[in-house]
Write a protein of this length. Structure first.
Lengths: 371, 159, 79, 259, 259, 371, 79, 159
């Protein structure tokens, strides 16, 4: 199939449709809206349910209901709307039914703005809802990757009966890039046994997240944790750039990652031995490769469009064995490649330390430029 | 080789479309390309712009602060972007909407009365096409015929 | 018949929506194609001032509160 | 004494759609009556096998343990949204929610209005017992003026705490509502009427006529601090004036339904 | 031409409660008219100085930039809750929300019903423009059957997407609602009536008579894809049949108000 | 004032009242409800606003409104209800107004149960809402501490214009203990200048969390981050038990901390040199003392009523220099002191490692007992 | 006059709420103070069986669906 | 010195109150004390219990799995807690509601027909007081007079 120039939000919507999306429920919010709008036209064309819910609460609970039937279902939103879904997402996690959420993050906190940001990493990766659970989180850096990961999201959600989040930012949603859309998949024919559908005289099925008896709830929690160990074992994905001979490594996901790529290239042109590690699954986090790099390289630079959230996951792996520095822009500001290049050079020039916290150093520098 | 083009103007001047056309052309020529608009409600009525990056290899940042080329369809756009054009880059100015000289000396400046030309060509709505043509004529990136082609291939309805 | 009143259009606020032009019962108003506001609009103006009654309808319908309406106090003056 | 020599026929027995388990409801709580009526209707219509229930958060949170049908458990107030998700993928199955007044008329007002305005083809069994039973008897939107609850200890003060929400009346203003009525469970007579209404509501869904809801005035002896019988009198004497029984919305199509 | 020699008096001027800034509203959008009317009422009642406004999320998100009064900005749909928080600590101040139809009748339905049922002593200015303006014209609960929007591209299909919510009618079922009316901004005549209603609503608050809301039919030329004048005609021809103007709730105490 | 035997929820409510609470907004949820019920009686008695909101969304946004007036305001809830507050909390953070939330955590995820748990640590400490912000989080371990920290919460919220969360679990809410209630504070008389109240002809005030212009939003974010650095400098609180000569250190907060105390005592009786570090502020986290202990001791045991959430904050400080082991119970199960004692002994017996992840070892052990 | 019917109380479900006792028009029912159900309640029983008409009212009001109602088919038998 | 007492029975038997009374007494005697109930909807109608820990130093866990003393007001409570009493601990059983022998031999067992005794004392509602008295009589923890005192000091209304 030929590549076409397509907007990220539209591409994700069409990809979901072709991956066999059987029911979509959502609520408009910039910079995600084109996704909902595309499906508002396409789903009815194909005779599949599309509902513009009364709110994000409505949307996520409609998804909850559809997920309990074992059908492929999804919703999409952006930061404030996703915050409203936290209770529902926790219920879905506790009920162990598969669902897909596309989160097109914007500048926060609060109403903030509609510019691209990564400030919701912790919310999605480290449990914004109540209780112990993990989402499988895919972080595309291009429209093509968003398309491919959207298709993958449904397969993983069903494989693990787990929520899968496609975590992107406003720029990927709004950007047009050449992308090849996936072929149409036939709709699933057999439904999993746990899915409700009416007993038709057989055994009744109950799907719930309540266990008034704590030990029962604990067993469920244990099941979630072991499933997560499985996922950590099987589903880690990342992309390496120029790492073979790298002495310095930039770590960045999504748009921050691709911006860093430009900077890394520029640095290479200047003879700096720097590479880029771009996590594609931010959860499960690519710990092993990072661990291995830690033995090999001189220092790390974490680049994010937030105040340093994935940074802590990197530090948990590096554990002080090598210096880790941070560069981030917040509140919807996108870093430019040359800013990242400057940070890479600072890394190379040193001096470097493993003491203190990289955030403090970064904030001190940032205050001078924008404070 | 990578070129970064910013096209800026009033909402009504078709800057986003011009950028998309440029992108389709690049796509047809087998190049990597990204198109990203300035988006949001504040755009309503106000000024709009888009950034198009064309490259031979995987594109990193879809945004740049020092573009290699800028099309300024009106005065505010010139004010905003003149200083940002990379040394040696190209700046195409719509003289019909800009009543001042360009200051930069280290870049190639192309100033044309695009609205008038477009009207002569039959429709003021083609002003953006005129500006795009002027850019491509002065930038070794893509041929005008390629643009024509792309126009037919991808955007007949918009024609 | 002489005007009973007149209006002023604040060109900072006028967005050329033409609602005042449409609604003025005496066709007093039009957009001024020769002028541009700071925001780039052709502002409304009194193309036919003598017909203005100062009725204020234009001001009532103006979404941008751009219009001030004056009425002549001729009667008082005569009295 | 019972005569064993005379032939007999069963004129009433426990519905099959109810599982043979003891409910956790307090003695005399008419949640149990509502359950029984729904089960009887599912049996009579022969649709238990293709029905999916949506339990809500309230004393009826364990409804799924008592019905012998597929069931899901919603988050507090969101049962209509969850039911929408299910009904949209299974338009040919029967989907109903079972919700309390705190669940439906307080935290869940957005979802119930949304579902009704969309004319969502689901059936809602709505238990109005004038308080939050499960959490220990706090004020509900349905609590009567002056009624003492654990969060209106001196009696609901309408100036500070507002007035009862008349849910059936409110939802009847929505075009999508095909059948919206109020019944009560305080006597055998009213219980029989309630059952007819529940039957009609499920028929409305079966015939795709739109959104259907039956509000049921129900007792909460435990939190009202009354006997089971006394609670029923309280409904009759205190609740009925605020919650008149009746049909608030019967769409023309529903009016023509032959049952 | 204008005579400079004759004495004149100003019969209309821009209200002082409006800041002298240009709004971001599209040309001809009657959000601007609604703003002006509220400002005129605040001026006439002389209460601008003790009034706190609550902006909502929608095209009117920046209302706080246009009024010369204290203002807060709520999250989407929650303005009535935020207003409640303010009014309860300042019962003697005037508190009003300014909300769109997506904000109030969709995501915010729970909060507006809650506030009205509590008889919260706030005033709500409710802009019904039959779509989500700010996000680019998606379907709103108020979108008319068959109306094309960016999320009902083939026109609102009532079977799948439900029916318009008549907010004034719905809220009028609540005892706490003291004054709930619908007006329109499509002509000078209706605008004058709208202003009277807004004045009454603020008087209701001033006299502690309960919850007051004025629903205003308003244009969205940009997303409707019409001229400013054409949009007003569309209100008259298309919206009025679904949204009849009138007084839906006027409590006895309000009826006696002398203004 | 004499001590009285009082229930945690009631004590916190009465303490807030005496600390000058001017407006309470809440919604019933077990195991927090007594707090709301107590205030439903007491606030009206004192002529202060009490509103049972239509939902937790209503409650948090009422708090948002009241907070914008600069008055002392609070809400309280439990896990699912707190998840519903995430959007509102992010708005409050973005608007930089002070507010207090009491979170009486129960077993999750989902509807779960009403038993005591600590599974919402990440939600509260690491950003459950969207965007970059930090809450100041106080974790009492007794009714008396809950009382004292509730009073402190209001002072800190106002000092930093920051959300302060009193994070407790169901057992502290439901437990009766002797406690001394604080004296009645007079209501605040002067209101901060930023608070809305009506212009009275003066300059108008605007309180909002929107900055459509990303750079402006970034400046706000920077302000939040620098404020947090301030808080980290000034407000760290913790309690030390038997640490002077400790070779092993148990780290636990709230109820897990006091349960660990019993275990530590029992271990001491058996001659084991073990101590307890109980963070009172889990955010800001007591990094310095932990860092210092790392140089001194042989190993750490983190005990939580969750699947290992604070554990990661401990590991971020220890950074692999000493072994860190974990013991937790999930889903509303409370650990018993003798279980913790067993873990302490395992620590002492060894073998210990700094390799791998303590959670994996813990899950393996737990699976044998409950799996 | 002989009974037209009789009822059976399922003691697993009966919670001694007494609603059937209150509502039986013929005072057929009472709680059995000498018996305890597995849940520890005194179940309802027919203290006055001859008066039972098999009308079913008790079953209609029973919140725990504990009652089964039988009617004698004497007529049929006679016919 | 620390004692951990679990009092268990039917909902209506006043076990929570008995625990509170014990706690008040401990408080009056200047001891540390914690009282924690089993709570929740499932308690409704069913069985209830509370754990009271009395100690001379700051109390760690308010819950214990091996209490030093248990009051079992009915059979289910005996079933649930008999095995949990610490060796050498005390188990007080309400013979009025329990029709079987206690198996444990390594603890002190006190079995009394509390309901009957309470009725003789005038009111069956005092059964919980009778059981509490029996416990204190067999545990060197707090004196009965102290309980009387506490009753008057703190809970007149409940009297
Ligand atoms: C988000 C959330 N908030 C609050 C609760 C606590 N809660 C459980 S049931 C209930 C009220 C139930 O009352 P109602 O709906 O009237 O049902 P009833 O028990 O009276 O039948 C509440 C507030 C919850 N579980 N989730
Ligand atoms: C929680 C949340 N969901 C969605 C949005 C996106 N959003 C902003 S405005 C808006 C709709 C506004 O429509 P309306 O209330 O009708 O106001 P209008 O613009 O039409 O005046 C939406 C959905 C948001 N900001 N927050
Ligand atoms: S109505 Fe107002 S804004 Fe519109 S044209 Fe007239 S003056 Fe200008
Ligand atoms: S005042 Fe009346 S007559 Fe004069 S311009 Fe305005 S509308 Fe026309
Ligand atoms: S608490 Fe009330 S509503 Fe709940 S089961 Fe008991 S009586 Fe019924
Ligand atoms: S989009 Fe519509 S509602 Fe919004 S400002 Fe423009 S015209 Fe008005
Ligand atoms: S009504 Fe049912 S539950 Fe109640 S006493 Fe009679 S049989 Fe028992
Ligand atoms: S069937 Fe009728 S008569 Fe017989 S016990 Fe029941 S209510 Fe009484
Ligand atoms: Mg209820
Ligand atoms: Mg709107």
């Amino acid at each position: 199939m030929a590549k076409e120039l397509i907007k990220g939000n539209t591409a994700v919507a069409e990809a979901a449709l072709r991956a066999g999306l059987e029911a979509y429920f959502g609520y408009p919010i910039t910079p995600q809206t084109e996704l909902l709008e595309h499906l508002s036209a396409r789903m009815p064309e194909l005779g599949r349910p599309f509902v513009q819910a009364e709110s994000e609460l409505g949307a996520i609970n409609m998804v909850y209901g559809a997920a309990c039937t074992g059908k492929r279902t999804m919703t999409s939103s952006s930061s404030p709307g996703v915050s409203l879904m936290m209770e529902g997402l926790s219920y879905i996690a506790g009920t162990e039914v598969p669902a897909v959420l596309v989160d097109v993050v914007r500048g926060g906190p609060g109403l903030g703005n509609i510019a691209p940001a990564q400030g919701d990493y912790n919310q999605i990766v480290h449990g914004g809802g109540h209780g112990d659970y993990h989402f499988l989180v895919l972080a595309p850096a291009s429209v093509q990757e968003a398309v491919d990961l959207t298709v993958l999201a449904f397969d993983l959600a069903e494989k693990y009966r787990n929520v899968v989040v496609v975590l992107m930012d406003g720029s990927i949603g709004q950007m047009m890039e050449p992308a090849e859309l996936p072929p149409f998949q036939p709709l699933k024919t057999e439904i999993p046994d746990w899915a409700v559908r009416g007993t038709d005289g057989g055994e009744k099925r109950i799907l719930t997240s309540i266990n008034l008896d704590p030990p029962a709830q604990e067993v469920m929690n244990l099941r979630l944790m072991k499933r997560w160990q499985e996922i950590e074992k099987n589903e880690v994905r990342f992309k390496e750039y120029y790492l073979e001979d790298a002495e310095y490594v930039v770590v960045g996901f999504g748009t921050a990652g691709r911006i860093s790529l430009s900077a890394v290239r520029a640095a290479r042109e200047q003879g700096i031995k720097v590479g880029l590690l771009r996590p594609i699954t931010v959860a499960p986090f690519p710990k092993d490769i990072l661990n291995e790099l830690t033995d090999r390289v001189k220092a790390f630079l974490v680049v994010e469009m937030n105040a340093g959230q994935m940074l802590e996951d990197v530090r948990l792996v590096v554990r002080g064995r090598k210096p880790v520095e941070f560069f981030g822009r917040m509140g919807g500001v996108m870093p430019y490649p040359d800013e990242v290049l400057t940070e890479i050079k600072r890394l190379v020039e040193g001096p470097l330390t493993t003491e203190g916290h990289p955030k403090d150093r970064w904030l001190a520098r940032l205050s001078e430029t924008i404070g | 080789m990578q070129q970064e083009v910013i096209i800026a103007g009033f909402g009504g001047q078709g800057v986003l479309f011009a950028g998309q056309l440029l992108s389709y052309t690049a796509l047809d020529q087998g190049k990597e390309v990204t198109w990203i608009p300035s988006y949001g409600p504040e755009m309503r009525g106000g000024t709009a712009n888009c950034t198009v990056v064309v490259s031979d290899e995987e594109i990193g940042s879809p945004l740049v602060n020092r573009p290699t080329a800028v099309i300024a369809m009106n005065l505010p756009s010139l004010e905003k972007f003149e200083d940002l054009v990379k040394e040696g880059g190209v700046l195409v100015v719509n003289a019909s909407m800009v009543n001042r000289e360009v200051q930069r000396k280290d870049i190639k400046v192309v100033s044309i009365p695009a609205n008038e030309i477009a009207m002569e060509l039959g429709s003021e709505r083609a002003t953006n096409m005129v500006m795009l043509g002027a850019l491509l004529g002065n930038l070794d990136l893509l041929s005008l015929d390629a643009v024509e082609e792309a126009l037919d291939n991808h955007l007949p309805e918009r024609h | 018949m002489p005007a009973k009143g007149y209006i002023e259009v604040n060109e900072l606020h006028c967005k050329a929506c033409e609602l005042c032009v449409t609604d003025c019962p005496f066709n007093v108003l039009a957009l001024d194609m020769d002028r541009l506001t700071p925001k780039g609009y052709h502002p409304a103006y009194m193309v036919n001032p003598d017909a203005c009654t100062g009725c204020g309808i234009c001001a009532v319908v103006c979404p941008d509160a751009a219009i001030t309406v004056y009425r002549y106090e001729r009667k008082k003056a005569e009295a | 004494m019972v005569m064993t020599d005379v032939p007999t026929k069963i004129v009433y027995e426990r519905p099959h759609a109810l599982d043979p388990v003891v409910t956790h409801y307090c003695p005399g709580c008419t949640h149990g009556v509502a359950h029984r009526l729904v089960a009887e209707v599912l049996d009579e219509m022969g649709i238990a096998g293709n029905t999916i229930g949506v339990a809500s958060v309230g004393c009826s949170v364990f409804a799924y343990n008592y019905f012998n049908i597929d069931f899901v458990e919603a988050s507090h107030g969101r049962a209509p949204a969850m039911a929408t998700g299910i009904k949209r993928v299974y338009p040919d199955r029967t989907v109903f929610t079972y919700q309390g007044d705190g669940d439906l008329a307080s935290i869940g007002m957005g979802e119930i209005v949304g579902a009704a305005s969309r004319g969502e083809k689901i059936t809602v069994v709505f238990i109005n017992n004038a308080n939050y039973g499960m959490t220990g008897g706090q004020m509900a939107p349905t609590t009567l003026p002056g009624q003492k609850t654990t969060s209106s200890p001196t009696g609901r003060d309408t100036d500070r705490q507002g007035f009862p929400i008349q849910t059936a009346e409110l939802l009847s203003t929505l075009e999508g509502s095909a059948y919206v009525v109020r019944r009560s469970l305080h006597s055998s007579r009213e219980i029989r009427r309630a059952k007819k209404a529940i039957r009609t509501a499920f028929e409305v869904q079966k015939h795709n006529l739109g959104f259907s809801l039956v509000e049921l005035l129900s007792t909460c002896p435990t939190n009202w601090g009354m006997s089971a019988a006394g609670s029923r009198d309280w409904i009759e004497e205190r609740m009925l004036p605020f919650y008149p029984l009746g049909d608030y919305k019967v769409s023309p199509a529903v009016a023509e339904l032959k049952i």
